[in-house]
Design a protein around this ligand. Structure first.
Ligand code: PMP
Length: 295
């Protein structure tokens, strides 16, 4: 049976995620006090799950939240969710909040974290945008500096991204570039950014304020294995405006070309973007081939 979306909340399955609930006293809801991961699955196999679990634990460690389940248990839970969801391809959202506590901001009253897993289908962009490319603007908002809450923590507080995404939509674009306080490109609202010039691929270092994207790391590895040079480099708006081509990576977006930056057209998809898309597609889990028996 196929379902719209299902959820597991602290041991209880809900066959419609819309009916799954947490307490109004959960500090994840009250204060954004929690962490999460978005994980794709292809051919019923979670993609790059070990890296997602590692990043979830790193985010939780920064916030001093104990993830009570071990990796084996979370892996098994993901497999159950995929089987119960009933579709081969889709998206998992794994969330660990501080848990239920008193209304005050202090976490001392929260006894144990709340763990949530949602399985759903996901189509971030319509297929034609993977050919045509997305329009990107530069947001007026800045990524937080590492001496506030470090942007590497994938926490439940996504307000900079939420507001920048609204800004993009209001300006007729699909995505927004976020600069850091020094005016350097960090990333987009839910993707990492790659610029190509003269056959060389450049992406901002994580120290510029972006998330250390798992798709980013994967695509860097794929391109380097294909002998395409990729470097971490400080990048500013003019680098994006003058790039030969550019693309975004993310669990949701996968690899998507950029058609325009602040109204300046780029080649989309350029040859290296196409190569990145092809290498990425070839790296995904596949359904086992159906073997026919001949007598
Ligand atoms: N930056 C931000 C702010 C994100 O939310 C995401 C999506 N998790 C990314 C980048 C891309 O990361 P990943 O490839 O791990 O999905």
């Amino acid at each position: 049976m196929t379902r719209q979306s299902i959820a597991w909340v602290d041991g209880v399955w809900h066959d419609d995620a819309a009916n799954a609930t947490v307490s109004v006293l959960d500090h994840g809801l009250l204060y954004g006090d929690g962490v999460f991961e978005g994980i794709r699955f292809y051919a019923a196999t979670p993609f790059l799950l070990a890296a997602h679990l590692r990043r979830l634990r790193a985010s939780a460690r920064c916030l001093m939240i104990d993830v009570t389940q071990g990796d084996a248990e979370l892996t098994e839970l993901c497999a159950h969710a995929i089987a119960r969801f009933g579709q081969a391809d889709g998206y998992l959202r794994l969330i660990v909040t501080r848990g239920r506590g008193l209304l005050g901001v202090s976490a001392h009253s929260c006894e144990r974290p709340t763990t949530i897993l949602i399985a759903a289908s996901l189509q971030l962009y319509p297929p034609e945008l993977y050919e045509r490319g997305v329009d990107v603007i530069t947001s007026s908002l800045r990524r937080a500096s590492p001496d506030s809450v470090p942007p590497q923590i994938k926490s439940l507080n996504y307000l900079t991204s939420v507001l920048a995404a609204a800004e993009a939509r209001a300006r007729g674009a699909h995505e927004a570039l976020l600069l850091n306080g020094a005016g350097e490109i960090s990333e987009c609202t839910a993707d990492n950014v790659f610029l190509v010039r003269g056959g060389e691929v450049r992406t901002p270092p994580v120290s510029a304020g972006g998330l250390e994207g798992i798709t980013r790391d994967h695509v860097i590895e794929l391109l380097r294995a294909d002998k395409i040079p990729v470097h971490e480099h400080t990048l500013v708006s003019a680098d994006a405006w003058t790039a030969d081509e550019a693309f975004l990576t993310g669990t949701g977006a996968e690899v998507v070309p950029i058609a325009t930056v602040d109204g300046r057209p780029l080649a989309a998809p350029g040859p290296i973007t196409r190569r990145a898309q092809a290498l990425f597609a070839a790296s995904l889990p596949r359904a086992p081939a159906i073997t026919t028996l001949h007598s």
